[in-house]
Design a protein around this ligand. Structure first.
Ligand code: ZN
Length: 222
């Protein structure tokens, strides 16, 4: 598996470029910004982008999707419960003082139990509402790797006080779905450093089996 992780934009969203080493087919997850840098990595590995997957419709994750789609011809995939958030990208841009990214068009809805493929690589879509109504994570079972969007961070979880957020739902998503994964699953959060499911099961204060009050926002949109 080719896997490049590139923090993009003012909020440093972790964009993942994942490619099959033999077929060179690839998917790009959360191209929030800096599309030229993403395309440079795509070219460096000789990849052909087949899918653009969005974990949720916050501007720092989806802002560059149309530009990448125009450059690659790849379809944009997002859970339909976040379509409403997509319609307020201009409002989101104002929240963070960024220029409005323009309209983003979704080509395909993805939800629980769907799979997304790039060559021989397969990711299971895990529906994890809470940070937003349509948040998803991508789990690569063969590689035991989780792209977690803004649902799970090293030592924290996504904020739930923005439109569409729900603390009860994110806690359910974390306990019922993400903690069901093996302890040695490598987690790539939407922002910040990598971790593992075992490490978070052990030490994340939001995953210790009782319900806490929502976390104070650490950073806008995450
Ligand atoms: Zn977010």
């Amino acid at each position: 598996m080719i896997h490049e992780i590139l923090p993009v934009g003012p909020l440093q969203c972790n964009c993942s470029i994942i490619g099959d080493e033999s077929t060179h087919e690839a998917m790009v997850i959360d191209p929030g910004d800096e599309i030229e840098s993403i395309l440079a990595l795509v070219r460096k590995h000789g990849l052909q982008v087949k899918q653009i997957v969005i974990t949720h419709a916050h501007i720092d994750h989806v802002g560059g999707a149309m530009k990448l789609r125009a450059a690659t011809g790849a379809p944009i995939l997002l859970n339909q419960n976040d379509y409403a958030l997509l319609k307020m990208l201009d409002v989101q841009a104002a929240w963070i003082g960024a220029p409005p990214p323009g309209k983003v068009q979704i080509d395909q809805n993805i939800g629980q139990a769907d799979t997304v493929k790039a060559g021989s690589l397969t990711a299971n879509v895990i529906f994890t509402p809470g940070h937003t109504e349509g948040s998803v994570c991508l789990y690569f079972p063969a590689e035991k790797k989780l792209i977690a969007g803004d649902t799970l961070f090293a030592g924290s979880i996504g904020r739930t006080d923005l439109p569409g957020g729900s603390f009860e739902k994110i806690i359910d998503s974390l306990h019922d779905k993400l903690l069901a994964l093996p302890d040695d699953t490598l987690v790539i959060p939407g922002h910040g450093p990598q971790t593992t499911i075992g490490e978070e099961r052990e030490s994340n204060p939001f995953l210790k089996g009782w319900r806490h009050t929502p976390p104070a926002p650490l950073q806008r949109l995450r």
